[in-house]
Design a protein around this ligand. Structure first.
Ligand code: PNS
Length: 162
């Protein structure tokens, strides 16, 4: 039986920290689904389809394994997606104790709802301070986001809107 895991997130936009976790997780499972989910608690910068496209470009450019599928999910519970594709594990990147506090209740509820376990993964500490919200703020104010995001994202965010 193949082992399938899901990395969910807003990915608005994908950062180098996300990419690091995705690469590590892809090495541990037969199939890894990277799922863009709308988070109603956050105001979005990019449309979902754009986030998916930037993830695909960034994963390809980084030469990550071919067992990664990028998709989005907007109907119902995240664990419904997991059940649909036969995934029994969710992967969450943990930068600090703040992330543990935020993620722990969701991990327990997802296990209660559908028996889906959550694995917390530690990214390279070099990315511990990087978040999509920080990237959105720096980009909105005209700063250089290239140290924090894949090249495709930096180019996209720094292309002037015509
Ligand atoms: O990148 P983010 O914004 O921290 O990702 C949060 C996300 C999308 C993973 C989280 O909001 C989530 O899991 N949403 C799915 C909705 C759901 O199923 N909720 C009920 C159980 S927690």
């Amino acid at each position: 039986m193949s082992r399938i895991a899901v990395v969910p997130g807003s990915f608005d936009p994908v950062t180098l920290g996300h990419l690091d976790v995705i690469g590590r997780a892809a090495g541990l499972f037969d199939e890894l689904h990277v799922v863009v989910v709308h988070n109603p608690d956050k105001s979005a910068l990019l449309p979902i389809a754009q986030r998916v496209a930037l993830l695909e470009q960034s994963i390809a450019a980084a030469g990550l394994p071919q067992n990664i599928v990028v998709t989005s999910w907007s109907v119902g519970l995240l664990v419904d997606y997991c059940t649909d594709v036969g995934a029994s594990v969710l992967i969450k990147g943990i930068r600090s104790q703040v992330d543990v506090t935020y993620e722990t209740p969701m991990a327990i509820v997802n296990r209660d709802l559908a028996g889906v376990e959550t694995i917390f993964m530690l990214p390279d500490p070099a990315h511990a301070h990087v978040s999509s919200s920080l990237v959105r703020q720096v980009a909105a104010l005209g700063g250089d986001v290239s140290p924090y995001v894949p090249r495709a994202v930096a180019e996209f965010l720094q292309t002037p809107v015509r």
